[in-house]
Design a protein around this ligand. Structure first.
Ligand SMILES: [Zn+2]
Length: 709
């Protein structure tokens, strides 16, 4: 509930409440689920308290989880109910349904055959009819006949409620000297115990995963109850890491993200709370799971902006991971090939332990990176691939090797306009262009998900067949690649095609297996995957990220392109990366070609320091939105006047947000800049308490914003 703090209730005699208990409590006429966040003796008191209705037969949240939830709410200047709702997501999911398994009754079949013998041998452990037939390698008819004869009988059991314990003693991967040194330093740091943060810093392909899995092994071996959390920025990446964890420890970890079915989520949540599930691999919300004994948190690809949750409860999972580590007295490992400036600053200052992995794993070399100056060698009209890139693709295909074309733009074309009247197709209630998707034949708003069929005539002037597609998306580049290389197998990987984890996994496996010659991909494929025959990466529009113009535009572009180009040449084969750009002189492009991350970071740090921007200063945003423009205008004017005066804090705005209209709501923004020494959360909480938004206005506070739209 949107309440600023917890309410007080009386504990009925004999209920025996403890911190973290889930209870049913009255609120007005309703009965709601709540969590006990504090207990105290009430000596008399000046008002009677309503009693707690019931202690629910649900797992208790551990003290560290309760403390973390309250800390997260205070830090993010939001209601404690918001992070609590995330923490209880698993507890509110339906319980897994029991499954039907077959067991031998002891009766002998009238007639024994080799197939029947196999089934009876496989029935030594309880399996579903389908699994039993598969395990025995027989048809389902054989199994059914044995049931009909009474040799096998069905029984209902709880869907496998156990997580087998991980075995840290299994042999790990062979480490090279650089990996072994980093793993040794990390294990020594973990052996000291308590809270610490380490930055595991190594180029793509240097083998960071093996290193942090050794750290996890050390933690699991040292304490038979210890729990480990591995956070990843994207669901598509979790599958690969789950496989590596299962291989290393001989047991599947718990999986946690929005694609996990609710009953399975419930199962993971309960097993984590009971301490039975000791390794979890998941997306950002896994940070709110009720770990009773969390000893290590790994944040893989820590620089990734996907760790920032932008809607509902606004938080950055990397920053909250460090906070949770501190509360739990646990170690935190941040891993990246291109760490964020915030993390690098902490490492430079000695607050984080800095472990650098030198070179690539095995024989692999970093790819050669070259710029293609589009002013000198532009693509033909209506095409997006320049002659030098097409030539390199042809050579790569002729050698039987793979090409990755990278374009961080979903769909077919980012803009559709009418050539008769110039009308741009925009979403009806949002300030955004509609993106054409050829596969689905629809125009889609990527912001809100609104979509409509592509009209035959211009809705503005009525001209028939006048709507033209402007600019490239991955589908259009795929079309061009197919027409250039008709014999090649071309596929698209984007969050539209890889709509779920399984489809994403299938495409990644097909690529790894050499069944695809040319993969056209958005950033979803730029991260973490290994494709041994991939030797050419072509970046279709290297300047795309630089046009956003926000604080982190250059940093994010550098990170994304370094990740994308790092895909090439993972094994013995040399790799090559070609970047198509209109601005080859830009610092980001020059740093990429020189493969000089340190020079780029130094230049970017100097600019941020001069402006007092993160990581040298702090930022917060206030976004007010409303359906009534007059009420919104009045509100932001009053809000501006009520901003507290405080040394070291500057408030800018209100201004129209660059996205001035989303889902029919007008939007206004404030930006707050503060010195590092200022308690920005406390400042924002004071300001928020003074704001009195009318019912039609919503206010969202974003500490350390990543989006400036
Ligand atoms: Zn028109």
């Amino acid at each position: 509930m949107p309440l600023p703090e917890a309410f007080d209730y009386a504990e009925p005699d004999g209920m025996g409440l403890e911190l973290g208990d889930q209870v049913a409590a009255p609120l007005g006429p309703r009965l709601l689920r709540g969590v006990v966040v504090g207990l105290r003796e009430a000596a008399g008191g000046n008002r009677p308290l309503k009693p707690i209705e019931e202690l629910l037969a649900e797992p208790r949240l551990p003290p560290g989880t309760v403390e973390f939830i309250q800390w997260a709410a205070r830090y993010s200047v939001d209601w404690p109910g918001q992070p609590l709702a995330i923490a209880l997501r698993g507890a509110r999911a339906p319980k897994p349904r029991p499954v039907r398994v077959l067991e031998a009754t002891g009766a002998q079949p009238a007639r024994m055959t080799p197939a029947r013998e196999k089934v009876l041998a496989a029935a030594a452990r309880p399996l579903s009819p389908a699994d039993l037939a598969r395990a025995a390698g027989v048809s389902s008819g054989v199994v059914k006949a044995l049931v009909d004869e009474g040799v096998l009988a069905a029984r209902l059991i709880e869907a496998d409620a156990s997580f087998p314990p991980p075995d840290p003693a299994r042999p790990g991967a062979a480490l090279n000297a650089s990996q072994a040194a980093a793993a040794g330093a990390l294990t020594a740091l973990l052996a000291e115990g308590g809270f610490s943060v380490a930055l595991l810093d190594g180029v793509t392909g240097s083998g960071k995963t093996e290193v942090y899995l050794e750290a996890a092994a050390a933690v699991l071996a040292a304490d038979p109850d210890a729990q480990v959390l591995i956070l990843l920025p994207e669901i598509a990446l979790t599958q690969a890491v789950i496989g590596r964890v299962a291989e290393r420890f001989g047991a599947e970890p718990g999986e946690w993200h929005s694609d996990v079915a609710p009953p399975m989520r419930r199962r993971v949540w309960e097993a984590v709370a009971a301490g039975r599930c000791r390794i979890v691999v998941g997306a950002r919300s896994a940070l709110f799971l009720p770990f009773p004994r969390l000893k290590l948190i790994v944040v893989d690809e820590e620089h990734d902006a996907s760790f920032k949750q932008e809607e509902g409860f606004i938080y950055h999972a990397r920053d909250l991971a460090v906070a949770r580590g501190k509360i739990e007295d646990a170690a935190v490992v941040l891993a990246s090939a291109t760490p964020s400036l915030e993390t690098l600053r902490n490492a430079e200052q000695g607050r984080y332990r800095w472990l650098r992995l030198e070179g690539r794993h095995g024989e692999a070399r970093l790819p050669d990176i070259e710029l293609i100056d589009l002013r000198e060698t532009p693509p033909e009209t209506g095409r997006w691939l320049s002659p030098p890139l097409v030539k390199a693709m042809g050579e790569t295909f002729a050698r039987g090797e793979q090409t990755l074309l990278f374009l961080n733009r979903r769909g077919y074309a980012p803009l559709v306009l009418c050539k008769a009247c110039g009308e741009r197709m925009t979403a009806p209630d949002t300030d955004s262009w509609l993106v054409e998707h050829r596969y689905s034949g629809r125009l889609v708003c990527h912001l809100t998900g609104f979509s409509m069929p592509k009209p035959k005539a211009c809705p503005h002037c009525g001209a028939a067949d006048a709507l033209v597609s402007i600019g490239p998306g991955v589908e259009r580049v795929e079309e061009e690649a197919k027409s250039l290389f008709p014999q090649a197998r071309v596929a698209v990987f984007s969050s539209d095609t890889a709509f779920d984890a399984r489809e994403g996994k299938r495409l990644i496996e097909a690529m790894a297996d050499g069944q695809i010659d040319i993969l056209v991909a958005t950033q979803a494929a730029a991260k973490g995957h290994n494709f041994p025959d991939l030797t050419l990466v072509g970046v279709v529009d290297a300047d795309l990220g630089l046009r956003g113009g926000d604080l982190r535009a250059a940093e994010r572009t550098y990170q994304l392109l370094a990740q994308a180009t790092g895909r090439a040449g993972r094994k013995e084969k040399a790799g090559r990366a070609l970047l198509q750009t209109w601005a080859p002189e830009h610092a980001v492009m020059q740093a990429l070609v020189a493969q000089d991350r340190d020079a780029f970071v130094a230049a970017e740090m100097a600019e941020r320091e001069a402006a007092g921007l993160p990581p040298f200063g702090r930022l917060a945003a206030v976004v007010a939105s409303g359906t009534d423009p007059v009420a919104l205008e009045d509100f932001v004017r009053l809000a501006a006047q009520s901003a507290p005066n405080s040394p070291g804090v500057e408030v800018y705005g209100p201004a129209d947000a660059p996205l001035g209209l989303i889902r029919g709501r007008r939007r206004k923004r404030f930006l707050v800049r503060a010195d590092r020494t200022v308690d920005l959360s406390a400042y924002m909480a004071t300001w928020r308490a003074r704001m009195k938004p009318p019912a039609s206005v919503r206010v969202a506070i974003d500490i350390d914003p990543y989006s400036f739209l």
